[in-house]
Design a protein around this ligand. Structure first.
Ligand code: CMC
Length: 428
């Protein structure tokens, strides 16, 4: 890394600001001294041009559609790796050797059980609670179960929390789903691999054996790889912001789950399927596109657009191909696929979408695949959360390992009332 300087001139000051260079990507102007030197803050709502931290985990080039986990292209990982290996890579920085992988897999496998008391906690929810609400609250509650290992300054305890979160997230997610439909909760079967184990906990019923479907398992594993990390997105930034206060890993990740839930972020996959169902038929697509262009309508094409990707989302490219393949292999003929294809085609040749650089994102096709795997719509964002846990906890650990960490505390442009005198209630 090298550093140069840029000069910022205001009417009263000229200040020299260092440039921070990463190993890839644009350099950043270090503005930490700007208020001290000039009396000005900087203003960047939505952090469109502000780097909040240094990170060595994931790199995105939004113009070129590049996504790298620890330097490895997402296309290669999608083709050749599997989710648990990717989780190891995100956490440790390197691909594991055979013994390292076996050790990691063993550790994850032997932390899959959830505390029996957590069932009572889940029972406190109304039967129709959204599974994201149950997941968020249950993950926050883990800090109450493991308060003896919450020393965030102890690397071994940090690692243990990472293993527990990756291991228990599918167990709790499946339990939340089964509770909501009145099925008995299933214990994790440790003779199964990560994704199969999750599918078993979701779909096994006491009355008949569950036939595991390798196509479904492979598809889900691939979706988990694609969702595993995405640098400083809203939920990861939330995990880091909460983590910056010294909060424990379970509380920090629960905050990430809450941030993921919104339809502008991970909630988009659920919103896409609801939108496609509302559109209903390929013949209604043009009307939907027109509505999305009308700012007064308040309607956006869900699964379109991205803050960082301005040409294409490399994950969407992989998922699009995979969607056709999985639906074919599973023999699913979903009329919503036709609506999705027509919508994509109509938007991609529309001037508004072209000029605004709006392309299908990772969530546009993922919902159709989840639907084909018989995952219910309200579980889609939960699926995203299971995968993103690997990224969230890798960032939380990195934040504690990297020197110079400070509490996150943005400033503001105050636009409220000027100082004024209090008036007694009978005089107002
Ligand atoms: N449909 C119609 N218009 C859109 C859309 C859309 N999906 N997305 C952005 N625009 C327009 C927006 O109205 C604005 O137009 P103008 O400049 O004329 O006022 C312009 O494009 C820029 O939009 P923005 O909201 O300032 O862009 P952003 O970078 O702040 O937001 C986004 C990015 C992903 C939140 C947004 O594109 C969106 O709401 N997309 C739909 C929700 C979605 O699919 N989210 C999943 C994102 S990928 C997975 C993840 O991150 O979890």
């Amino acid at each position: 890394m090298s550093s140069n300087n840029v000069t910022l001139t205001t009417p009263d000051h000229s200040v020299s600001l260092p440039l921070v260079e990463g190993s890839l990507g644009p350099s950043c102007v270090d503005i930490a001294s700007i208020y001290r030197e000039t009396g000005h803050f900087t203003f960047d709502p939505g952090f469109a041009a502000t780097a909040s931290c240094k990170s060595a985990i994931t790199f995105i080039d939004g113009e070129k559609g590049v996504l790298l986990y620890r330097g490895y292209p997402i296309e290669q990982l999608a083709e050749q790796s599997r989710f648990l290996e990717v989780a190891y890579l995100l956490l440790e920085g390197e691909l594991p050797g055979t013994a390292e992988m076996a050790g990691f897999e063993d550790a994850v496998t032997h932390h899959t059980m959830m505390h029996e008391s957590l069932k009572n906690f889940l029972r406190g929810f109304h039967y129709d609670a959204h599974p994201m609400a149950m997941l968020c609250a249950s993950i926050a509650s883990l800090s109450a179960f493991y308060h003896d290992t919450l020393d965030i300054n102890d690397p071994a305890q940090r690692k243990l929390a990472a293993i527990r979160l990756i291991a228990k997230m599918p167990t709790i997610a499946a339990a939340a789903y089964r509770y909501s439909i009145g099925w008995p909760i299933r214990y994790p079967r440790n003779n199964l691999e990560y994704v199969d184990r999750f599918l078993h906990m979701m779909f096994e019923v006491p009355s008949e054996p569950l036939e595991m479907n390798p196509v479904a398992a492979k598809a889900l594993d691939l979706l988990f790889i694609l969702h595993a990390d995405h640098e400083q997105n809203a939920s990861t930034s939330t995990v880091r912001l909460v983590g910056s206060t010294g909060a424990n890993p379970y509380a920090s990740v629960a905050a990430g789950i809450a941030a993921l839930w919104g339809p502008a972020h991970g909630g988009a996959n659920e919103a896409v399927l609801k939108m496609l169902a509302e559109i209903g038929d390929a013949k209604n697509v043009d009307k939907a596109v027109a509505r999305a262009k009308d700012k007064e309508s308040g309607f956006r094409l869900m699964g379109f657009g991205h803050r960082v990707y301005k040409n294409f989302d490399p994950r969407a490219k992989i998922i699009r191909a995979m969607c056709h393949d999985v639906l074919d292999k599973l023999g699913v003929n979903d009329p919503l696929l036709e609506v999705a294809l027509k919508l994509e085609e109509a938007a991609l040749k529309d001037d508004y979408f072209i000029s605004h650089k709006l392309y299908p994102n990772v969530d546009f096709y993922s919902g159709l695949i989840y639907k084909a795997l018989k995952i219910p719509t309200e579980m889609f964002t939960v699926m995203f959360a299971i995968a993103r846990t690997a990224g969230w906890i890798a960032h939380w650990i990195e934040q504690h390992e990297m020197p110079g960490g400070r509490i996150g505390r943005p400033r503001q442009v105050y636009v409220g009332a000027e100082p004024r005198e209090y008036v007694a209630i009978d005089k107002r």
